[in-house]
Design a protein around this ligand. Structure first.
Ligand code: M7G
Length: 329
């Protein structure tokens, strides 16, 4: 898939890639920090796999030097095609085996050269039980959370147990991913840091995905937002769009800019994804467009402390149990 009418297409053959896209040789550079001992992972179970996403979510166990075992989540994904590599793939492929042929239709099994068959591996290690649950295939249920439900059920739950947000603080304090920052507004109250999301390998624009993490640490989620936060949200919207256009050549009109409710990590952040990319979590039951959020706050400063919000929960999430116990599901 290509971005709809990018003027001119940054990935069209012969065109120079936008300055923000990583070159292949850069992508192959050794990562900073110690690398993960992939070869010593013991496969525990397949948490989920997706034929459509071409991805497998694996629960593995890593055996340490002293024989101790720790859990890991590995996400293995086939990466999207890069337009400028397709010709090379056609010219330099290995074995090509006919699978079937019928009239003008035929399918083949093709073996690409190793450098054109990259797999993206995301590692969470040591993984907590919540990480394993996050990636395990499960039934989902929709919750309709009133403001009372939020105060009585969700907020106490968030305060009792949530995902560690150390990775967010590491980015804000430049202890991790500092070299990946695309834009920063350093204002402690209305500022933020824009970085590529770790779901995106930055090799192609089709699945462009960045996140803006706010500097202030007292806003957990959409539920906390009031008119007081409008200057911050305006900065994220305007500066985020400008920075992405400058770095990646994608215009603001081709970006989907939104917040998740519920998020996985309770430190306010905004998602920027390519409009043509069906990003995980961009469906109506989870995504709230930033501009709609801003309009709602302009109309009523307390909008998000009044209205009910809908979101999905997986079958064995403890929060679902709390809603069930309260007779709200
Ligand atoms: P979310 O809405 O809280 O949860 O978004 P979700 O993961 O269920 O969508 C958090 C976003 O941060 C997601 O898009 C993650 O892919 C991204 N993310 C998570 N971690 C741990 C990292 C990280 O360490 N670095 C970066 N750059 N992005 C991350």
């Amino acid at each position: 898939r290509r971005m709809a009418t990018p003027p001119p297409s940054p990935l069209s053959p012969g065109a120079a890639a936008p300055s923000g896209l990583r070159r292949r040789d850069e992508a192959e550079a050794a990562p900073v920090g110690s690398s993960f001992p992939l070869g010593s992972v013991r496969l525990r179970r397949l948490l989920r796999d997706s034929a459509r996403e071409k991805a497998a979510f694996v629960h593995g166990q890593v055996v340490g030097a002293a024989g101790e075992e720790t859990d890991a989540v590995l996400i293995l994904e086939k990466t999207p095609f890069q337009e400028e590599k397709i010709e090379e793939l056609l010219r330099r492929h290995g074995k090509m085996e006919l699978q079937m042929s019928n009239d003008i239709y035929s399918t083949y099994r093709l073996q690409p050269p190793p450098e054109l068959s990259e797999i993206k591996v995301t590692v969470v290690h040591p993984a907590t039980e919540k990480h394993l649950q996050k990636y395990l295939r499960q039934e989902v249920h929709l919750i309709r959370e009133t403001w009372e439900d939020y105060k009585n059920i969700t907020l106490p739950f968030i305060q009792s147990q949530s995902f560690s947000i150390q990775w967010v603080y590491n980015i804000l304090e430049k202890k991790a991913e500092a070299d990946r920052i695309i834009h920063e507004n350093p204002d402690p109250c209305n500022g933020f840091v824009l970085v590529p999301d770790f779901k995106w390998n930055q090799n192609q624009l089709e699945d462009l995905y960045l996140i803006a993490l706010i500097h202030r640490r007292d806003v957990k989620s959409l539920r906390d937002l009031t008119a007081e936060h409008l200057p911050l949200l305006r900065n994220i919207l305007q500066e985020g769009k400008e920075a992405i256009t400058k770095h990646f050549g994608v215009p603001g009109s081709q970006l989907r800019i939104y917040l998740h409710y519920q998020p996985s990590y309770y430190h306010l952040h905004v998602h920027f994804t390519a409009l043509g990319y069906d990003a995980p979590g961009c469906s109506v039951e989870r995504a709230h467009l930033l501009e709609d959020v801003m309009d709602n706050l302009l109309l009523d400063a307390q909008h998000y402390q009044k209205r009910a919000l809908t979101f999905p929960l997986r079958a064995d999430e403890p929060l679902l149990k709390r809603f069930q116990e309260a007779g709200r599901v």
